[in-house]
Structures are given as structure tokens and as C-alpha cells.
Design a binder for this molecule. Structure first.
Ligand SMILES: [Zn+2]
Length: 318
């Protein structure tokens, strides 16, 4: 007997290779909007992996990573099942925004409900009709707005299996991060699914080193789960991530033009000058001195900042 997999009402049998269209609410012009769910099940049984991007419609690095996986045929397993969803929030993708058309953040709506808002109903449908089948999931994100994340994976510290998967994924950093209430990751963890969250780059922007890191990580995880052997495609197989136990935001203590003197990924020490905030007219400038020793995980690429705006996220080592 093989494991039952049922997606959008259709039973997926060993050897099946198909693309189903998840039908979400029509636009108010009555145009249909569909999300392709690309499913490949090997003849040999094995785990089911969901590769997901675009919960936030403007986070395109993930979309590009999943696109590359599909276009190179890496989504066809020798064992088990791979489900690829390159763009979940198609509405946001079309409008170049993070949110759903009802203004909600889809990643705060899980597990959703049948009778809730549009985003809530959609979240509910996606979990029940697609994601529920997965044992593992890779969920691709970027920094919001203009805040650029150095490629890393986020996970719950308490989960040993996820820790192992994060080590396998092999980004330069892995970060322990509590689950956000009502996120996809949170809802999936509650039903026993293992979700590794990838963060890399910033919204509305493609970054080659980020997409490369994301693709390599996905191949390593697929190999580790026994879905396929990617020995020829994987480079840097045994990179051991630096573990970020905790992170601290550095915020602007005055409004003005922000310039940073450091790069994401860089190691810094207490007392290092990280950047400055000045008025745009050349009268005054205030240097930002680091209160922490650690790594620059995120940097704000938007120079116009208000007092209190997040400038940099510093990762603190274990
Ligand atoms: Zn996101």
C-alpha cells in the first residue's frame, strides 16, 4: 500500500506528473485567477516535500528559486513526491505588493477559516487541499520593503530534525527564530509538518547570490530526504552554518539620510562605526556605533529614514 496523497480533490498516484490549478476568488472584473501547483510523484514511495514561494507577493527571489528548480527538472523525484508552488499570492505578485487584495498579510492568516476574509479562506484552502499532504516544506521569503537579508534559514531551536535540515541546507547563517502566531510555518508545525524558512534579499528585487544559495540549499535538502541524488549539481556540500542565537535591530536615533559603511554578511565588533545618519543639507551627521559584536544579517537599503526606523539587524552567535 502506498501513502494517499490528495491535492485539490484529486488523488495523486505513484508515477503521476501533473500541474493542477488552484482556483482562487475571481478578480472583481470576473477574470479568473489560478495558481499552478506542480506535482511530481515517483513510482517509489518516499517523503513529500512542498517547495513554496510568494506567500508575500513582492518577494521575488523565492519565485526565481522555484522557477529554476522546475525549469531545470529538479522537481522530478526518483523517490517520494515534490510539490512546487512558485507564486502563492498571485494577487500580490500582479500588484507588486506583499499583501492580499483585501489588504491582509497572508502569512498572518493561517490556518484560516472557511467563512473568514478572502485571505483567511484562501489560507484555509491551501492548508487543507495542498500543504496538508507535505511532510516537509521549504518556504522562501525575502526582507520586507527595502531591507536586504543575507541569505539564511530560520527555524525553531527546539526542533532537532529541523536543526539537522538547516545544517544540510547550508546557508552561511542559520537563525533561531520563534514562530510568528498565525504564520504558515506556525500552522504547519501545529500539525506536525517540518517547515524550513529561507530569507534572502529584499522585496521587488532579484539577487543572484541569494537565488544561488536558495537553489543549492533546496537541492541539498532534496538529496538528504532521499528524493533525488544531486551530487553533480551540489557545490559546497559540507558548509557548516554559523548559528545565530538571537538578533538585535539597530534603529535610527534621528531622522535623515542613512548610509551604511558595512556589508551584509560581514562580522562586526562592539564600537565599530556601522554607518551614519545625516540631514540632507550637509549641516550635521551622526555616526552609528555598534553596541554588539556579531554579523550584519540585514541592512536597510532605503536612505531616507525616520527616527526609530530599523537600519540593521545584527545576528549574535551562539
Ligand atoms: Zn515574506
Amino acid at each position: 500500500m502506498y501513502k494517499e496523497i490528495k491535492i485539490l480533490g484529486q488523488e495523486i498516484l505513484p508515477g503521476d506528473s501533473l500541474t493542477l490549478k488552484m482556483d482562487i476568488a475571481r478578480l472583481y472584473t470576473q477574470s479568473k485567477l489560478e495558481i499552478p501547483i506542480i506535482i511530481n510523484r515517483a513510482k517509489i514511495d518516499g517523503p513529500c516535500l512542498l517547495i513554496l514561494a510568494g506567500i508575500h507577493g513582492d518577494e521575488v527571489n523565492g519565485v526565481e528559486i522555484v522557477r529554476q528548480i522546475v525549469s531545470k527538472g529538479f522537481h522530478i523525484p526518483q523517490k517520494g513526491t515534490i510539490i512546487c508552488v512558485p507564486v502563492l499570492n498571485v494577487f500580490g505578485f500582479i500588484n507588486k505588493t506583499r499583501e492580499f487584495p483585501d489588504g491582509r498579510d497572508l502569512n498572518r492568516m493561517f490556518p484560516g477559516s472557511k467563512t473568514g476574509s478572502l485571505a483567511s479562506r484562501f489560507a484555509n484552502d491551501f492548508i487543507k487541499q495542498v500543504a496538508f499532504n507535505a511532510d516537509y516544506c521549504l518556504d522562501f521569503h525575502t526582507g520586507g520593503n527595502m531591507r536586504f537579508n543575507y541569505a539564511h534559514v530560520r527555524l525553531q531551536k527546539s526542533d532537532k530534525e529541523l536543526q539537522e535540515l538547516a545544517q544540510v541546507f547550508g546557508t552561511k547563517f542559520m537563525m533561531y527564530a520563534k514562530q510568528r502566531e498565525s504564520s504558515f510555518r506556525h500552522a504547519m508545525a501545529k500539525i506536525g509538518k517540518k517547515v524550513l524558512l529561507f530569507e534572502g534579499g529584499k522585496s521587488l528585487s532579484l539577487d543572484r547570490s541569494v537565488t544561488l544559495d536558495g537553489l543549492q540549499g533546496a537541492l541539498k535538502v532534496m538529496k538528504h530526504l532521499g528524493l533525488n541524488d544531486f551530487s553533480n549539481e551540489i557545490v559546497n556540500e559540507n558548509r557548516v552554518p554559523i548559528i545565530i542565537e538571537n538578533s538585535k535591530w539597530i534603529r535610527a536615533d534621528q531622522s535623515g539620510m542613512y548610509r551604511s559603511f558595512v556589508k551584509v554578511g560581514e562580522k562586526i565588533q562592539i564600537g565599530d562605526i556601522l554607518g551614519s545618519v545625516s540631514d540632507p543639507f550637509g549641516f550635521s551627521e551622526r555616526k552609528i556605533k555598534s553596541k554588539y559584536s556579531g554579523y550584519i544579517i540585514n541592512n536597510n537599503h532605503l536612505p531616507m529614514v525616520n527616527q526609530g526606523d530599523a537600519l540593521m539587524n545584527i545576528g549574535l552567535e551562539e
